[in-house]
Design a protein around this ligand. Structure first.
Ligand SMILES: N[C@@H](CCC(=O)N[C@@H](CS)C(=O)NCC(=O)O)C(=O)O
Length: 258
């Protein structure tokens, strides 16, 4: 991935996406995957993971990735805003279902994965807890994790609750997939690919990263993503992982490149 820096990106027109380099950040990977499916080209811009990101703050009024900027329009910093923009710029293939019931379900489940207090959020709290409670103080990880833990709502009690939340969401996704399968669909919603399938595929990395050949990660990051505990492991069913594999195999780009 050839990143430009924020200062340079601000002078450019078109679609620019600020991404976290170095690993499969699930929100970033989902945005990249949606662009891939829609054949939307964009300029990748580097965020500094855990850093101050002052120029990004000036540009987008926040410091997380992904941030999506189209021409002079307001920056889109949240997954659903980003999805609406991508859908507008490239309506085909449609990733937001047309029928209202399907649309409500798609956004509801996607919010459970991507939204505040959702699966990605809660998994991250679990990672902070593991890291911050290490007997060696977490080493280099701690310098990175400390500021991020604060930014993303870490507290000991929130972290205690996190595996329960992750497990609950996985259970619900697995039930949905099973009922779709029994009515003859291979997708979470209706009979075609929606953004929900892509969100699931991207966020599954936070529990079971794809093999190193297609998802090259630093060993520490891979360990952190894979260290899910018994409660979450019990709900991460073979069917959920098979669905992740199906979506990557049929629709997305491998190997991943960050
Ligand atoms: N704002 C995004 C979520 C983005 C997000 O949480 N990004 C994290 C990914 S772990 C990030 O940028 N972390 C690195 C940092 O904050 O420096 C959304 O709601 O769609």
């Amino acid at each position: 991935m050839n990143y430009v820096d924020v200062a340079q990106a601000r002078t450019m027109p078109g679609l620019r996406i600020v991404l976290s380099p170095g690993g499969p950040g699930p929100w970033s990977e989902a945005a990249k995957s949606i662009c891939y499916v829609k054949k939307l080209s964009y300029v990748p811009v580097a965020q500094e993971v855990g850093g101050a990101n002052r120029e990004l703050m000036e540009w987008t009024a926040q410091t997380s990735a992904p941030a999506v900027i189209w021409n002079d329009e307001r920056p889109r910093n949240i997954w659903n805003d980003q999805l609406y923009l991508f859908e507008r710029l490239a309506p085909s293939p449609r990733l937001i279902p047309e029928g209202i019931e399907d649309r409500v379900a798609m956004f509801g489940y996607s919010n459970e994965i991507c939204g505040e207090n959702g699966l990605g959020w809660a998994r991250r709290l679990m990672m902070f807890q593991r890291n911050l409670s290490r007997s060696d103080g977490g080493g280099r990880g701690r310098a990175l994790m400390g500021p991020m833990a604060e930014k993303y709502g870490y507290s000991e009690s929130a972290a205690q609750q996190a595996p329960v939340r992750v497990a609950e969401i996985l259970r619900s996704l697995a039930r949905r997939l099973e009922s779709q399968r029994s009515s003859g669909s291979r997708f979470f919603i209706g009979n075609e690919l929606s953004a929900l399938d892509i969100y699931w595929a991207a966020f599954a990395a936070m529990m079971a990263p794809l093999p190193q050949e297609v998802c090259p990660m630093a060993p520490g990051l891979r360990r952190m993503y894979s260290d899910i505990g018994a409660e979450v492991a019990a709900e991460l069913t073979p069917a959920l992982l098979a669905h992740r594999d199906f979506i990557y195999r049929e629709y997305l780009q491998l190997p991943l490149d960050f």
